[in-house]
Design a protein around this ligand. Structure first.
Ligand code: PYC
Length: 403
């Protein structure tokens, strides 16, 4: 009988070797995806090092929203590939990641926000992504519980409706990636923090970890929250400020919301999980910090803003609140690829509030870069060199809530 309920181990840890071809720092959905796709390409002498438990950073703290309705053509192409990979991820990993493509609504409460949505809809449609501006009667049909009247301080004027958007189970994504990566021979080492990155003549040669030195000619910085402190280990200063971001979850409710709702004006977003809980997140805290503390003022403001949208939630109980760390770049786009002057260092960082939705695509493309030595076209716009070549990829308008 017990056998019926015995749970399989998701992965096993091999002894830590003193040398790998590739060391990936960070066992979140990016680092694990990179390892998995490297393994699929036949590159298997790879170690993923994580300073805490697997998925303990941003991968386990985000609100698991998937979408590709970005503002720039570069962003739309990149995140669209991600949505497609997410659509196939359960089959790819042989593990149900519970991707619910329920549709995603970005609300506009001002005329200028409506104009912003129109521009995004145009860019999305030009790039082949399903996305259109809809008006209050259709919004009401899609989300009957939302208050579209003129009562709230910021009435809803329109929404960007993005049907392929949705939510996924983040523990299933990270766990499924770890399981498959381990199955094809990748070494995953939790509780192994990198404290030094060794270089010689501008080439990465090793990392010093809390469990000893590991030689490697390629090191991937796939960390979130601490990407700039890791980059500093090779003297690289990233254009990043790290901010906390808080979220909370309510008690389970009878299913009443089957769309992801985002309001950049109210700085809040809401979705209902398959367990019935509401997951509600806010904007980044307005100061740089590495604090993981959750605060009452944030909870109060976020709850008040959510009640503007859904007055029916008055009296609903909050189960728990938590905080993650977001590495914000000046243009609200990530930094991916090689670093001039530091051979063997690969960046997959600067993921702000949008990293989880890009784990599989970043993983597959970074793996391709490492295996082939050539930067895939889809990664080129996100190179670190854009900051000194004056070609930013401005995604602030589509970053939902991180401002
Ligand atoms: O980019 O969809 C998003 C998002 C929602 C919450 C934080 N980021």
């Amino acid at each position: 009988m017990w056998q019926l309920f015995r749970r399989e181990r998701m992965w096993t840890s091999e002894p830590l070797k003193g040398r790998y071809d590739i060391v990936i720092i960070g066992a979140g959905v990016h680092g694990l995806a990179t390892a998995y796709y490297l393994g699929k390409l036949g590159v298997r002498d790879v170690a993923v090092l994580e300073k805490s438990y697997i998925g303990s950073g941003a991968s386990g703290r985000n609100t698991a929203i998937i979408r590709s309705n970005y503002r720039t053509p570069e962003g739309v192409v990149f995140f669209d590939e991600s949505v497609r990979l997410y659509e196939a991820l359960s089959a790819e990993l042989g593990y149900n990641v519970l991707f619910s493509q329920q549709g995603h609504l970005t609300l506009a409460h001002t005329d200028s926000a409506v104009n912003g949505l129109r521009v995004r809809a145009e860019v999305n449609q030009l790039m082949g992504v399903e996305s259109r501006v809809i008006w209050p009667p259709e919004i009401k049909r899609l989300v009957p519980a939302m208050d579209i009247s003129s009562r709230p301080r910021y009435p809803i004027l329109a929404a960007l409706y993005h049907p392929p958007g949705g939510i996924v189970r983040h523990d299933a994504v990270g766990g499924g990636e770890a399981r498959e990566a381990a199955r094809i021979g990748i070494a995953i080492h939790p509780f192994t923090e990198v404290i030094v990155i060794g270089t010689s003549n501008g080439q990465v040669t090793s990392v010093q970890s809390t469990r000893g030195e590991i030689r490697a000619g390629t090191v991937v910085n796939a960390t979130a929250g601490f990407c700039s402190t890791v980059a500093r280990l090779v003297g690289l200063r990233l254009p990043i400020v790290t901010h906390p971001l808080q979220a909370f979850v309510t008690e389970p409710l009878i299913p009443f919301l089957d769309k992801v709702i985002v309001s950049a004006t109210l700085h809040s977003y809401v979705s209902q999980t398959d367990r019935g809980e509401l997951v509600i997140g806010g904007e980044i805290d307005p100061y740089g910090s590495y604090s993981l503390a959750s605060t009452l003022p944030c909870l109060e403001v976020l709850a008040a803003h959510t009640l503007e949208l859904f007055p029916c939630l008055s009296g609903v109980k909050v189960l728990r609140q938590w905080t993650g760390l977001c590495d914000m770049t000046p243009d609200y786009s990530p930094i991916m690829g090689e670093v001039p002057g530091v051979k063997g260092l690969i960046l997959d960082v600067g993921w702000g509030t949008y990293g989880f939705k890009a784990g599989p695509v970043a993983g597959t493309r970074i793996a391709e870069l490492i295996a082939s030595g050539k930067t895939p076209d889809v990664l080129k716009p996100f190179s670190i060199t854009r900051f000194w070549e004056d070609r930013l990829v401005g995604e602030k308008a589509a970053a939902a809530v991180s401002h």
